[in-house]
Design a protein around this ligand. Structure first.
Ligand code: NAD
Length: 347
C-alpha cells in the first residue's frame, strides 16, 4: 500500500541542506535566518518556553529543545560532546522537527547540524548588530572549530565586520579556518594567543569547547567599549568568561531560566541583573547606552532560534527538490483500522 501525500513528511537530509544553502547563497541564508529569528524574538510572549531538557553524562550532554507558538510546534535534538573532536566526530550534531498543532502531524523533519551552525551565527550577528559599537569592523574569533567560519561570515553579512583575528589552542584549527575564509572578502589575521587576537577588535567571540570552568577572557584582557559574543559556555560547569568581566559589563541573554543554569552567568549570584535580548528588540529595555560600556551576549542557544530556523527551511524548500517525502506516519484508510493495515501488508 502506498502512503497518501498528506502522510508523507518532507525530510531534509544533510546533502539536501547543503544544496539548499548553496542554492540560496550562504550570506543570504544567514540574513534570512536572522530575519526569521528577529520576527520570532519580537513575538516572544506568544511562545511556550521551557529550559531545554538535558541529559548529562561525564562525556557530554544530549538535549531536547521544544517550543510552540500555538499554531506550530518544534523541537531540536542536539548533543554536545567536546571529546568527540579528538575521535574524529562532531562536537555538536542535531536534527529537528516541526509539527502542525491543530492535528499534531509533523510537517518537516530535517538535519540540524549545519542548520544549528547557521542559526547560532545568525543569532550572534543579529545580537551584535543590536549591541556592538556601530563602528565595529574587527572581530576576534577565539576557538576556530566547526562554528567559527559561520560566526565570522554572519558577522560580516549582518553586523558589517570586515576583519577577523583567529586564535585556537590548536594551530591546525586556526589554519583550517583561515583556509576556509581565504576565498571570502574578509581580511583574516592568524594570531598566536587570545591576547593577540583581541588587539584592536571591537567584537570578541569566544567559541571554545571544553567541559570545564575555563577562562578564555581574563579581566585584564578586556577594555571598555567592546561587545563580547560568548558562545561556548553553554552547559553547567562549562564557562569561558572571567566573572569580573561579567560584573563590569551589561549582560544580555536569550531566556533567563535556561541561561542561569547553562551560561557564563552560572558563575554569578542568581539575582545578578541580566536583560533578555527580545526586550531590547521590542524597545522594552535598553541595549548599549554608552561607547564605554562592555556588552556581553551570554549565548547558550534557545529553542525559539531553532523554531525560526525550522520555519525558514519549511518555507524555502517549497517548490524545490531539496527534500525526500518520508513515509513516517502510519496512514490506514480507516483511522481505527491500524491492525487491518498491518494484516493487509503481509499479503
Ligand atoms: P569544536 O569542537 O568544533 O571547536 C572548538 C574549538 O575550541 C577547537 O578547535 C578547540 O581546539 C578550541 N579550544 C578549546 N579550548 C580552547 C582555548 N582555551 N582557547 C582557544 N581555543 C580553544 O566545537 P564547535 O562546534 O565549534 O562548538 C564550540 C562551542 O560552541 C561548543 O562548546 C558548543 O557547545 C558551543 N555551541 C554553542 C551554541 C550556542 O547557541 N550558544 C551553538 C553551537 C555550539
Amino acid at each position: 500500500m502506498q502512503p497518501s501525500d498528506t502522510a508523507l513528511v518532507p525530510f531534509v537530509s544533510v546533502d539536501h541542506m547543503m544544496q539548499l544553502i548553496h542554492y540560496i547563497g550562504l550570506s543570504d541564508m544567514l540574513r534570512g535566518l536572522a530575519e526569521y529569528i528577529a520576527e520570532d524574538f519580537k513575538r516572544w510572549e506568544s511562545f511556550d518556553k521551557t529550559p531545554r531538557v538535558a541529559s548529562h553524562s561525564a562525556e557530554g550532554v544530549i538535549e531536547l529543545m521544544p517550543t510552540s507558538d500555538g499554531e506550530t510546534y518544534g523541537f531540536k535534538y542536539v548533543n554536545g560532546h567536546p571529546k568527540n573532536m579528538a575521535e574524529g566526530l562532531q562536537t555538536v550534531t542535531a536534527f529537528g522537527l516541526l509539527a502542525d498543532v491543530s492535528n499534531g502531524y509533523p510537517v518537516l523533519l530535517t538535519e540540524m547540524t549545519l542548520l544549528t551552525a547557521l542559526r547560532t551565527a545568525a543569532t550572534s550577528a543579529l545580537v551584535a548588530k543590536t549591541l556592538a559599537p556601530k563602528s565595529a569592523a574587527t572581530m576576534a574569533m577565539i576557538g576556530n572549530g566547526a562554528q567559527s567560519e559561520f560566526q565570522s561570515l554572519a558577522m560580516q553579512a549582518i553586523a558589517g565586520i570586515t576583519h577577523v583575528r583567529l586564535y585556537d589552542i590548536d594551530p591546525a584549527a586556526t589554519a583550517k579556518c583561515a583556509k576556509n575564509l581565504a576565498g571570502t572578502s574578509l581580511t583574516v589575521t592568524i594570531c598566536h594567543s587570545a591576547e593577540e587576537a583581541i588587539e584592536g577588535a571591537q567584537i570578541l567571540t569566544t567559541c571554545t569547547a571544553d567541559k570545564a570552568y575555563a577562562t578564555i577572557l581574563t579581566d585584564n584582557m578586556v577594555g571598555a567599549g567592546v561587545h563580547i559574543n560568548a558562545i561556548g559556555g553553554d552547559c553547567p560547569g562549562k564557562t569561558e568568561i572571567a566573572p569580573a568581566i561579567l560584573r563590569r559589563g551589561e549582560i544580555f541573554v536569550e531566556y533567563r531560566p535556561q541561561t542561569r543554569i547553562e551560561g557564563d552567568i552560572q558563575q554569578l549570584n542568581p539575582d545578578h541583573p541580566v536583560t533578555e535580548i527580545w526586550e531590547v528588540m521590542t524597545g522594552r529595555a535598553k541595549g548599549r547606552t554608552s561607547d564605554k560600556q562592555i556588552t556581553i551576549f551570554d549565548s547558550v542557544g534557545f529553542a525559539i532560534e531553532d523554531f525560526s530556523a525550522l520555519r525558514f527551511v519549511r518555507d524555502k524548500i517549497k517548490g524545490t527538490e531539496f527534500f525526500h517525502p518520508l513515509d513516517l506516519l502510519a496512514d490506514p484508510d480507516d483511522p481505527r483500522d491500524l491492525f487491518g493495515m498491518l494484516t493487509r501488508a503481509e499479503s
